[in-house]
Design a protein around this ligand. Structure first.
Ligand code: AMP
Length: 545
């Protein structure tokens, strides 16, 4: 017997329809690439998203066609989020930090028809325009006054002006209804090996993820909040915040290209931001700026940090010095992205600050909808005892089933997605990532988790950033080598750093050596590129060898 409730598909367009009706005057504030601060409302944004849908139809974009973006976080990008997906086309968010060759590969693989870009990426557009196979229109997301000069524009055939396209449309448009399993957006994984692979989200998976992300123990955002996603809209849909904010009626503050400490701080304070979200490396820049100026956060109460491990020292600093609660979260492109968030349970409320910090430092517990387990190399379940560590597998309605165009074959193992992360899980269900499986240091047949070592090093006052990699060892196969980037103007020795590990971990986990570098390479999404460090230090001779 079937239930007798209405069959209404879960569609992304419903979010902006809801926001227009129930939160019409709530603001969306953007730092524009043109340099100024732009203010709009959900009412105006909904109107312009409909104009986008009409403009796409005028460009002969059909349902299922891919419309790519190369853009920062801003209101025009948001209009495309709703205008493209809402009309039944697929929004393909390209990562502008990739090499032009990779952009060409991905755009061809996705068979993008239209590419919309912020003018800050004009040099990249010129580098790729003649080389892609399927793009018919290149849309500069700006007004006529800021379009490239005619001699440059002539080099990109099919160049159009976003504001001109919208001006031709009246916004009288009904969002179409279709199967909620229809593809809505496409994002390619950063892929440290092999070609990038596409993850194709559906309206249904996006909507379910948005509901879950809004839960109090996840990102926990409501109508009284002002949210600033530092995490880019080109990296897994800004962790769903672009959908979440209109769902709950939160104010949205979009930082554009201004990701330095000063620009972010000005927006956080000037716009009364209560919740922010980003990767640890961005917060480092912000905290350095706030520390140097003796500043405070007057409205920010919560900061979601993920994408790579948030060092406990950062969580503690946010809390003790700035009264900002960190939600440490974990996920991946293949998971839309949220999998876990480190929110307390009732038993933690009365615990000591140290015990609570230990909970916050984990990657958190599964958000409803995500099922997880750890397994040994034979695929057998490992216990949740906080000790055993193994390959982390997940499943759920917003987790990938297969990559776009079947790339890489069937990724699942017995219906579970192997994340490539290695983790432990406590009896209370808190998961702690110890490594990416390819970064694990295998010493004498035992595993050493590089993230644990990095977290300790990052708590040293002289350390700006630390990466732990495996170095070859004649007796133990591999031993940990700590690569350290110092804070500017401070002196610290190898011995100081090694002494800092004493008493904090098993002695045999202590790195065998420390090397100081001027900078640690970061990838297109702000993660440390250990693969490059391993390459750089592949011939390194440890003093213990
Ligand atoms: P991406 O698909 O580019 O977002 O990368 C996903 C990967 O980032 C995960 O598989 C993890 O290895 C890493 N990651 C994400 N969040 C965290 C976190 N909170 N702690 C440690 N690693 C993380």
């Amino acid at each position: 017997m079937y239930g007798q409730m209405m069959q209404m598909p879960l569609l992304i367009s419903s979010l902006i329809v809801h926001a227009e009706r129930h939160h019409p005057e709530r603001e969306v504030v953007s730092r524009r690439v043109e340099g100024d601060i732009h203010r709009t409302t959900y009412k105006q944004l909904a109107q312009r998203a409909r104009q986008v849908a009409q403009a796409l139809a005028a460009l002969d974009v059909k349902p299922g066609d891919r419309v790519a973006t190369l853009a920062w976080n801003g209101y025009r990008h948001m209009e495309l989020y709703f205008g493209v997906s809402g009309s039944g086309a697929v929004l393909h968010t390209l990562n502008p930090r990739l090499h032009p060759d990779q952009v060409v590969y991905i755009a061809d693989h996705a068979e993008d028809q239209v590419l919309c870009f912020d003018m800050s990426f004009w040099p990249l557009i010129q580098a790729v325009a003649g080389r892609t196979r399927t793009i018919r229109h290149w849309v500069a997301m700006t007004d006529r006054a800021h379009m490239p000069p005619p001699d440059q524009a002539a080099k990109v055939p099919g160049l159009l002006c976003y504001e001109d396209l919208l001006a031709l449309q009246n916004g009288r448009y009904e969002w179409p209804s279709f199967d909620e399993n229809t593809a809505s957006s496409l994002c390619y994984t950063s892929g440290t090996t092999g070609n990038p692979k596409g993850v194709l989200y559906s309206h249904r998976s996006t909507m379910l993820h948005t509901f879950a992300a809004a839960l109090p123990d996840c990102l926990g955002v409501g109508a009284t909040d002002a949210v600033l996603p530092v995490v880019p809209m080109f990296h897994v849909n800004a962790w769903g915040l672009i959908y979440l904010a209109p769902m709950v009626g939160a104010k949205l503050v979009l930082p554009g290209a201004g990701l330095d400490g000063k620009s972010l701080y000005e927006l956080l304070e000037g716009e009364g931001v209560t919740v922010s979200a980003g990767v640890p490396t961005v917060w480092q820049g912000l905290l350095a700026y706030v520390d140097a100026g003796g500043l405070k956060f007057s409205t920010m109460r919560k900061s979601a940090i993920g994408g790579s491990a948030c060092p406990p020292a950062m969580i503690k600093k946010f809390l003790d010095q700035y009264d900002v609660h960190v939600i440490h979260a974990w996920g991946m492109t293949e998971m839309s992205p949220i999998g876990t968030a480190a929110a307390f349970k009732a038993q933690h409320i009365e615990q000591s600050p140290e015990q609570r910090l230990a909970v916050m430092a984990t990657q958190g517990r599964a958000v409803y909808g995500v099922d997880m387990k750890i397994v040994d190399p034979n695929g057998a379940d490992l216990p949740w005892d906080g000790q055993a560590s193994g390959d982390l597998h997940v499943r759920g309605p917003w987790i990938i089933e297969r990559y776009f165009k079947g790339e890489g074959g069937d990724p699942l193992q017995n219906g579970w997605f192997p994340t490539g992360d290695v983790a432990r899980i406590t009896p209370e269900g808190y998961m702690a990532i110890t490594d990416r499986s390819k970064d694990v240091i295998k010493s004498g047949g035992e595993w050493i988790g590089s993230i644990d070592l990095e977290n300790i090093a990052m708590a040293h006052p002289a350390v700006a950033m630390a990466a732990c990699i495996a170095a070859k060892h004649p007796k133990w196969d591999e031993r940990p080598l700590l690569v350290v980037m110092k804070k500017p103007g401070v002196e610290v020795t190898r011995e100081d750093i090694l002494a800092f590990f004493e008493g904090k971990i098993a002695k045999w986990w202590t790195p065998d050596d420390v090397v100081f570098v001027d900078s640690i390479p970061l990838g297109a999404t702000g993660k440390m590129q250990k693969i490059k460090l391993r390459e750089q230090f592949k011939a390194y001779k440890l003093p213990t060898a």
